[in-house]
Each structure stands twice: as structure tokens, then as C-alpha cells.
Design a protein around this ligand. Structure first.
Ligand code: MN
Length: 486
């Protein structure tokens, strides 16, 4: 485990980048010295693997450094470490490391109604989108070494991965991360189904391999004859979990021959124009399967995915899916939002000028939403504008409570339960006693102090934002009045 493993993945090795990453590596190594992973390996392998994932997806150097440092605040003398990180690595990296540490406290324990809140919570921190990317890279390595943990923990982490992390990666357009996380979770949650699906795929793939090689050869020949430059051509196999989900759809009833996009040929060409030309040439060679031509270049998917898809009756009527895209589209399909860094003015902010991931990210989403307004998919889309005026706070147990901006501890109390609201006397926010009218901020940890036979104060009506709290306060006041009349 050497720092060069990370450095070799950088697109350009500038002196200051090498220096920063090397220092972060040494720092992590020192903090985790003597600590072992459950696998028996040195703990440092974990931050190194996390950083490698980030470097591979082309992220900026501070993010890679923060990936190396992401666990140094987890335990130990936090106060000193925070100050040391600031001193050694500056505010930006400290901010990222703190963000990752905070997100790590979020735990999903299988409560259905919290899933959506948890996902939203992650996204509400979209201004720190890099924090999410570090967390995903961190989770990927944890999933790869999950077998060393006790079975109970394996299940919890795998479920959390499937319910929270993988969908998040998908929404961020990170196809590679999404499929890796899903397959690892699949293995640990439904081992038998996993093995069965894998076997099905293997058998089918072997049967298809030869014909596919012929299709590929023929296609290449034809494209070249037409003067098209092919940058790459390979076949991608559907990942196991997505295959499994498809097989279980009633119309397929576990028959793998009904899955037409099991193996798709992927053609990478230079320009958008070449994409359409390629499609035209393919349709002249082989008849397209009706209803399966998709132009995701003109109409990208909500997560930004772009490609042309077609399914054709290739040689001897073999139904084959072909995907056509440019190199940039390919990179974006694999790395999603992370690809942003690779394509923004050589990927590096100029001295002093910071990349503002929040802005481009929000804009990108809003644009996608605008395009999608007409379609039914709109409802499934990611409403970042909705999250903008929401605040997400934790209960001391780590549950997430979703409130409108400007909400106070009183709103929080009523969001948990009307009895908690009605008998609230004070709040502890981030371990400090404060008044109930305190306005909450994202990621505040809120505990409500209650007292028996307490009544809500009518003044509270001026300090709440949620209609739920208003309703309960009015109700309690009204009840009190009635009682006094008796
Ligand atoms: Mn970690």
C-alpha cells in the first residue's frame, strides 16, 4: 500500500498535488497506525482504497486528500485532530472531512418511512456534493470487505447500501458506482438468488459469445467502410442485480431469453454527429426492433445519461442491443456527477477560483427538470428546488426529521409526536441547552426536554413554521379554554 497507487491515477501530476496527497497519506497512516481492519489488513488500506476510487473518477485533489483523511475524526482526540487538519490542510479539506464524518452518523435501521428522508438528507447537503462522493467511495470499499464483519452487521450495512447509497449513486448518474454497490449488496442480502442469477447469466453469455463476436466484427467492418472512426467497441453485460430485477418482472418470469439488453454492444465514436450516422448505418444493415430506439442524446435521462440505444435483428435474427455514444457521454454515464470535474476547464480550479459544485449541480438538475416537465418521469425526478427550503435535523438516535426552512425546536417536537410538542420545556441542540424558539439548521442534532402536565404556550404560534405544530398548539389552547369555562 503505497501513495503511488493513488498518484498514478491522477490525470496530471502537478507538484503541489503530489505534495498534498503525499502529506494526507502520511497523516492518515500515522493516525491509524497499529489499527487493523476486520479483514486483518492495516486500517490505512481503507482510506487509500477510498482515495483511489475518487482519483479514478477524476475528482479534484482536495477531495482525494479528504478521502484519505475521511476516518481520522471518527475516534480519538477529535479536538486536536480537527485543529491539526485545519493547520496542515486548510479549511476546505477540514470542511470535507467533517462533512463525511457527520454523514457517517446517519444510520438506516430498516424503518420504511425514514428511507426517503434519509435519501433527501444526503441530497440536502448537495452544496457539499463532494462529501457525498467521498461517502460513496468509502461505502464501496466497506462493501468489498463486508464478509469480515459479523452476519448481523453485514445485513444492516448491505440493506442500507441497497436502499440509500445505490439509489443515490444512480440519481447522481454514477452508473459504475451504482452497479458495483447493488451487486455487492445483492450478494450479502440474497446469496442464493445472487448465485442463481450469476449462473443463468454465465450460461446465456456462453451461448451468445460467438454470435456477438461476429456481430461486432461485421459492424466494425461496415462502420469503417463508411469512414467512421470508432474509438472503442465492446460489450457490456447487465449487472446482476438489475438482471435479477428484470427477470422477476411478470412478463419475463425468470426466462433469461426474454431479456434483450442482457448484453449490449457499445460503440464509442468521436462526435454527436457520428453517433447519429452510426445509428443510420446500423439500421441499414439490420432491421430495428420496433419501439426500442431511444434517443437519450436529444432527450437525456433525468440523471443526465446520454446515448443512442437501438435493438436490432442482427445476423440470423439475433436480437442485439447496441448503444452509441461519445467518449464524454461514456465517461459521464460511468461517473455521473463526478465527471463534472474531469470536464470543467481541465478539471482544476484556477488559483483562488474555486469550483462551485453546488451551482453547476443545481443548474444541471433544474435544466433536466425543465426538459422533463412534460413527461410522467417528472414526479420521480430529483427536486433539488424542493430541498433548498428544507432543513434536515437528527434525533439523538440518528433519525432524520425533515422540516421547512425557519422551523424551530417547537416544530421539531411536534414532528416527532404531539405529546412531545405539548409537553416541551426546552431543547438541547448539538449538546447545548437552548430555547424552544431556536431556529434549526441542517444536521442539527435535536433533543426535546419535556415535563409532565406542561401546556403549550400561545406565544409559540409566532415561532413555528409547520401547520402540524400550529394545529396542535391551537387545539391544546382551545381545549384549555373549554376546561376553564366548565
Ligand atoms: Mn471509512
Amino acid at each position: 500500500m503505497e501513495v503511488t497507487e493513488i498518484l498514478n491515477l491522477l490525470r496530471e501530476k502537478r507538484e503541489e498535488d503530489v505534495d498534498l496527497i503525499s502529506r494526507a497519506f502520511e497523516f492518515a497512516k500515522k493516525v491509524h497506525e497499529g489499527v487493523k481492519r476486520a479483514s486483518g489488513e492495516d486500517y490505512t488500506t481503507h482510506p487509500v482504497e477510498t482515495a483511489k476510487t475518487l482519483a479514478r473518477s477524476g475528482l479534484d485533489v482536495p477531495t482525494i486528500a479528504a478521502g484519505l483523511l475521511h476516518d481520522v475524526l471518527e475516534d480519538g482526540d477529535t479536538g486536536t485532530t480537527e485543529n491539526t487538519i485545519r493547520k496542515e490542510f486548510g479549511d476546505e479539506i477540514l470542511f470535507l472531512v467533517q462533512g463525511v464524518t457527520k454523514l457517517g452518523k446517519l444510520k438506516y435501521r430498516g424503518e420504511e418511512r425514514r428511507i426517503e428522508n434519509l435519501r433527501k438528507m444526503f441530497l440536502a447537503m448537495a452544496e457539499d456534493i463532494r462529501v457525498i462522493l467521498i461517502r460513496l467511495a468509502d461505502r464501496l470499499h466497506n462493501m468489498k470487505t463486508l464478509e469480515y464483519l459479523p452476519p448481523e452487521k453485514q445485513k444492516r450495512i448491505a440493506l442500507e447500501t441497497l436502499e440509500i447509497y445505490a439509489p443515490l449513486a444512480k440519481r447522481l448518474g454514477m452508473g459504475k458506482m451504482n452497479s458495483e454497490l447493488e451487486d455487492l449488496a445483492f450478494l450479502h442480502l440474497f446469496r442464493e438468488d445472487y448465485l442463481h442469477t450469476k449462473e443463468l447469466l454465465k450460461t446465456r453469455y456462453q451461448a451468445q459469445e460467438k454470435i456477438l463476436a461476429r456481430v461486432k466484427y461485421k459492424l466494425k467492418e461496415e462502420l469503417e467502410k463508411n469512414g467512421l472512426e470508432i474509438l472503442a467497441m465492446d460489450s457490456r453485460v447487465k449487472h446482476l442485480y438489475s438482471l435479477y430485477k428484470k427477470l422477476r418482472e411478470p412478463e419475463r418470469d425468470m426466462d433469461i431469453r426474454e431479456v434483450y439488453d442482457l448484453i449490449a454492444l457499445r460503440v464509442i465514436v468521436k462526435t454527436v454527429e457520428d453517433c447519429y450516422r452510426t445509428l443510420g448505418i446500423i439500421h441499414q444493415m439490420w432491421k430495428p426492433y420496433p419501439g426500442r430506439i431511444k434517443d437519450y442524446i436529444a432527450l437525456p435521462k433525468l440523471n443526465g445519461y446520454q446515448s443512442l440505444h437501438t435493438t436490432v435483428f442482427a445476423l440470423d435474427g439475433n436480437i442485439t442491443e447496441i448503444q452509441i455514444r461519445t467518449e464524454k457521454m461514456h465517461h459521464e454515464a460511468e461517473y455521473g456527477i463526478a465527471a463534472h470535474w474531469a470536464y470543467s476547464e481541465s478539471g482544476k480550479p484556477k488559483a483562488g477560483a474555486r469550483i462551485n459544485p453546488k451551482l453547476s449541480w443545481v443548474n444541471q438538475l433544474l435544466e433536466l427538470q425543465r426538459d422533463a416537465k412534460q413527461s410522467s418521469e417528472f414526479l420521480d425526478s430529483l427536486r433539488i428546488d424542493f430541498f433548498k427550503d428544507r432543513v434536515f435535523c437528527f434525533t439523538p438516535k440518528g433519525d432524520v426529521i425533515d422540516l421547512p426552512e425557519g422551523a424551530t425546536a417547537i416544530d421539531f417536537a411536534y414532528a416527532i409526536h404531539s405529546d412531545i410538542g405539548n409537553s416541551a420545556v426546552g431543547a438541547i441542540i448539538n449538546h447545548k441547552f437552548v430555547g424552544l424558539d431556536t431556529v434549526l439548521k441542517n444536521t442539527d442534532i435535536v433533543e426535546i426536554k419535556t415535563q409532565k402536565n406542561k401546556k403549550p404556550n400561545p406565544e409559540w404560534l409566532r415561532n413555528v413554521r409547520t401547520s402540524l405544530a400550529k394545529k396542535h398548539i391551537r387545539g391544546a389552547i382551545y381545549k384549555e379554554k373549554l376546561k376553564n369555562l366548565e
